[in-house]
Design a protein around this ligand. Structure first.
Ligand SMILES: Cc1ncc(COP(=O)(O)O)c(C=O)c1O
Length: 575
């Protein structure tokens, strides 16, 4: 017999089941409709990648105040006090806002003179980043968590030895030094080229040498020229300036930063392979509108280098951004991780210089690497003296002990963590997405921006921007534009064209490699869409009023090397 309690429970269960079943269809219907909504990755706005925890407020500065400062600093962009700007696109180098993990690592910096603990984890981070792909060891975490086991630290970190890659360890780094920590990229370039020039002179003092590059950066070209070697740019200007539709920017990329391999081979054959001490590939190609280089191009250049037994070096400042482009836009790489793409890229190099102020996400740092027993080491180790020993001697005399390379122990820790942060794909997606947004907004307003953009900067083609004005190449209209942008709107950009690359001092042959750009380099993790919108509005206003852009006269230091860093200028306004 059913008692009252059982009856009550059964009735309630029955009611619940009826209710549940009645609403189940409805619920599934709603769920399936909900699932038809665009996903977080499909919205017309990019997924946020980070939040800001520290804010620096700007000062209010008027146009009249900026006018006075400009005059007193000789209208040189590099001399304007950054504290009095709104937006600063002068460089993406060292201007990164570091992540919380980097700040945490920085606190663990060790300022010892010999073999500070950061040295060991930095070397491991180099191996992890450039050689281990998806299988990093990350011994940095031992330091971060305060590992107390001396035995473990000895086994996993301090007494590990390596040989055969870019980062020898233990006694092999002493016998055959191949990793040289430096304060920044140009110091690494100086170590490499000044040592190389001495060796080449010992081999044959009468020979003249050249170093081809898909686009020598200004300091790289200057370092090479300073040791009497010709820096040659090997890219196809037509390809770079080729029109590209704004709407295609997110979907495809022609890798305009590639080296022109046909031209490379012609240069080698004309000059002779023994006059080319190395081939240099800049990834991404900063001087050529920051454009990426495809893996296919890296492989082609490598096979030419092998054919003539010439070492292939990278100028690898923006390796992570380059890898992200390969993943996004090159056939066969969509399913690969950025980390494994980086590993493949570097497997083709015999050595590299790098400014870690870019894709080290650090405010300071650089390095030079040589492949242990690679072509470079074999060719340039004379009379039984390993070339790495020569470089290290120079490093100690000019920069400092090999375990800190003029960096503080805190810099080293922040940099080590930065190498792990920079290959995170959510970061790279947001970074390159912001650059693409900037370029697309300019493109939509018919402003002649190089499309598609690279990763770190947006480049305006000043020849087209100034069409319709009476400015000639030697009036340095790109500089005039940057002066006006700063004067009216407090935004700093950088001319990378006839003024910076010293058009008037160059031969007709060298002039062919000079493009007329103004570059807006975007600091990492610092700016948002709102900053870009202000910049686009300012550029648009000047584009509409381009006739006011002044000619620029070099009032001091026309003949100085790297004059854009140091000469005095004067705008000449037409009445
Ligand atoms: C491609 C390239 N190479 C070399 C350098 C020099 O690096 P650093 O400024 O750290 O000396 C830079 C700096 O912007 C660069 O973009």
């Amino acid at each position: 017999m059913l008692n009252y309690r059982t009856f009550f429970i059964r009735t309630n269960i029955t009611h619940f089941l009826v209710f549940y079943l009645k609403n189940k269809d409805q619920r599934e219907d709603i769920m399936s409709k909900t699932n038809q909504l665009k996903s977080q990755d499909e919205l017309d706005a990019p997924l946020p990648s980070h939040k800001a925890y520290i804010v620096r407020n700007y000062k209010t500065v008027t146009r009249e105040q900026r006018e006075r400062i400009l005059k007193e600093t000789e209208y040189n962009m590099f001399s304007f006090p950054a504290d009095l700007l709104y937006l600063d696109y002068l460089s993406d180098s060292g201007t990164t806002s570091m992540t919380d993990l980097q700040w945490a690592a920085l606190m663990l910096g060790d300022e010892s003179y010999g073999r500070n603990r950061g040295y060991y984890v930095l070397l491991e981070a180099f191996r992890d980043t450039f050689e281990r792909g998806e299988h990093p060891l990350r011994p940095l975490d031992l330091i971060m968590k305060g590992e107390e086991s001396t035995q473990l630290l000895m086994e996993e970190l301090y007494l590990k030895s390596y040989e055969g890659g870019f980062v020898n360890g233990g006694k092999y780094q002493l016998m055959r030094p191949n990793t040289f920590i430096c304060p920044q990229g140009r110091v690494a370039e100086h170590l490499l080229f000044s040592t190389l020039a001495e060796i080449l002179h010992e081999i044959d003092p009468s020979k003249h040498y050249a170093i081809p590059n898909n686009g020598h950066f200004d300091t790289t070209g200057a370092n090479i020229r300073a040791v009497n070697i010709d820096p040659i740019n090997v890219f196809d200007k037509k390809v770079v300036l080729e029109p590209f539709r704004v709407e295609d920017t997110p979907n495809s990329n022609p890798f305009k930063g590639n080296m022109d391999v046909a031209q490379l081979e012609t240069i080698i054959q004309e000059r002779g392979a023994d006059s080319i001490p190395l081939i240099y590939l800049t990834i991404t190609n900063n001087s050529v509108a920051g454009q990426p280089v495809s893996m296919a191009n890296i492989k082609e250049v490598k096979s030419i280098a092998d054919k003539y037994n010439i070492p292939l070096f990278f100028d690898a400042c923006r390796f992570a951004e380059n890898a992200y482009f390969i993943k996004q836009y090159e056939d066969g790489y969509g399913d690969k991780s950025v980390k494994s793409i980086v590993q493949e890229m570097f497997s083709y190099a015999d050595g590299f210089t790098i400014s870690l102020k870019k894709d080290g996400l650090a405010n300071m740092g650089g390095a030079l690497f040589l492949r242990d027993n690679g072509v470079f080491v074999q060719k340039y180790s004379l009379n039984g003296k390993n070339v790495g020993i020569r470089i290290k001697e120079k490093q100690i005399v000019t920069i400092g002990n090999d375990s800190y390379g003029a960096l503080s122990g805190r810099d080293i820790m922040a940099l080590t963590m930065g190498l792990y942060e920079v290959v995170k794909e959510s970061y790279l997606k947001a970074r390159i997405g912001l650059t693409q947004y900037f370029a697309a907004e300019l493109g939509k307003r018919d402003i002649p921006v190089i499309l598609p953009p690279g990763g770190h900067a947006v480049y305006i083609d000043m020849d087209r921007f100034l069409e319709g004005t009476d400015l000639t190449t030697e009036d340095f209209g790109g500089v005039g534009f940057t002066i006006e942008l700063l004067r009216h709107y407090g935004i700093r950009a950088c001319e990378l064209g006839p003024f910076a690359f010293e058009w008037d001092q160059r031969s007709p042959e060298e002039r062919k490699g000079i493009l007329n750009f103004v570059r807006f380099a975007i600091p990492r993790n610092a700016y948002t869409k709102a900053d870009i919108d202000y910049t686009v509005a300012a550029i648009t206003e000047l584009y509409k009023n381009k006739h006011i852009i002044p000619k620029v006269r070099i009032s001091r230091g026309r003949e100085l090397s790297l004059r854009h860093f140091q000469s005095g200028l004067e705008p000449v306004y037409r009445t």
